[in-house]
Design a protein around this ligand. Structure first.
Ligand SMILES: Cc1cc2nc3c(=O)[nH]c(=O)nc-3n(C[C@H](O)[C@H](O)[C@H](O)COP(=O)(O)O)c2cc1C
Length: 302
């Protein structure tokens, strides 16, 4: 996996840095690529809420500071690790600035896992930081929680702590578990929910929601025009299963039938409707409008 660690401690030889080094060592020993950004030694300003990234140039931040070197790394990362000293029961201000700036990317393209490393003076001071992590990363960004590691007072830099972090880094695997996001499809009185997969095309679609598309029944699918987005050609598959939903090449398609004859088509499947929901599509008229959105609240993995 590609792992990005955002270290929010200003002390290069401090307690958080020691936690980061041990976790990184473990992860690298297991073959993962780890990039650490010491955000306190970078120029990363807070978000200006100008909405340029959503209304003018998609996924592009107007602020040309050092966050510009973090953005491409985040888009290539499978996992993000937030590391911070506890300041006033929360994350450091510098790390908060970097976190708020992720707003410009929406859903980083490949990101599916997260972990949290916290160092503090006292015990039991983690609720604020954990709340941010659980809600903004595990919940909002739909990431799989790979663990929260804390060190208070004398625990900092202790051999036991560093061994635990090395072991946690070494145990990371590129499993397919993730905090599933569901695509909600509404047409008239009908509401369907389809779990999205982890392809880049699915992440890209999440960034573009809510959307309305109009499609015609071809006999095997509702095929709707949808402006080209981002997808990885290598993630396309040969043929489809009834109930698959595909997005690519200018189309959004609800592939409700035709599985047997689909073998010669390459499709970019992003989600799947179970049979019961797929059957409900047959009740729609020849031309149908679909309102697409993301299910809220973001349910944690079952
Ligand atoms: C501005 C500031 C605020 C802090 N607030 C807290 C706090 O709310 N609770 C706590 O237990 N420790 C607090 N600390 C102590 C640090 O969290 C602790 O020393 C930590 O180990 C520092 O990590 P570092 O070596 O990576 O800088 C604070 C330290 C600073 C400088």
């Amino acid at each position: 996996m590609n792992i990005v660690i955002l270290n929010g401690s200003p002390r290069p030889k401090g307690n958080t840095a020691a936690m980061v080094a041990a976790y990184r060592e473990g992860a690298q020993s297991a073959g993962h690529t780890v990039t650490v950004f010491d955000v306190c030694r970078m120029r990363v300003a807070g978000c200006l809420a100008c909405e340029h990234c959503h209304k003018r140039e998609q996924r592009t931040c107007v602020q040309k500071d050092d966050m510009q070197s973090i953005y491409p790394a985040l888009d290539e990362a499978d996992m993000i690790v937030l590391a911070s000293p506890v300041y006033y029961h929360s994350l450091s201000g510098q790390l908060q600035c970097a976190i708020h700036r992720i707003y410009a990317l929406g859903y980083p393209r490949r990101l599916k896992k997260a972990a949290l490393l916290l160092s503090s003076g006292s015990k039991g001071v983690y609720d604020g930081a954990i709340y941010i992590y659980q809600h903004s990363f595990v919940g909002w960004l739909h990431l799989e929680d790979m663990g929260i590691y804390t060190a208070a007072g004398d625990e900092n830099k202790s051999p036991e702590l560093l061994d635990r972090l090395r072991a946690a880094g070494a145990a990371l695997t590129n499993s397919d578990d993730h905090n599933v996001a569901r695509l909600v499809i509404r047409s008239g009185n009908l509401t369907l929910r389809a779990p999205l997969n982890q392809t880049q095309a699915a992440r890209d679609l999440m960034n573009r929601l809510p959307l309305t598309v109009v499609g015609h029944d071809s006999g095997v699918d509702y095929c709707c025009e949808l402006k080209e987005g981002t997808f990885d050609e290598a993630e396309k598959q040969q043929g489809w299963k009834n109930g698959d939903i595909s997005v690519a090449d200018g189309w959004f398609a609800l592939l409700y039938a035709g599985e047997q004859e689909s073998e010669q088509h390459r499709v970019m499947v992003v989600a799947h409707l179970d049979q019961e929901q797929n059957d409900l599509l047959c009740a729609l008229s020849a031309k149908a409008t679909f309102d697409l959105s993301l299910e809220e609240p973001y349910a944690k993995k079952a």
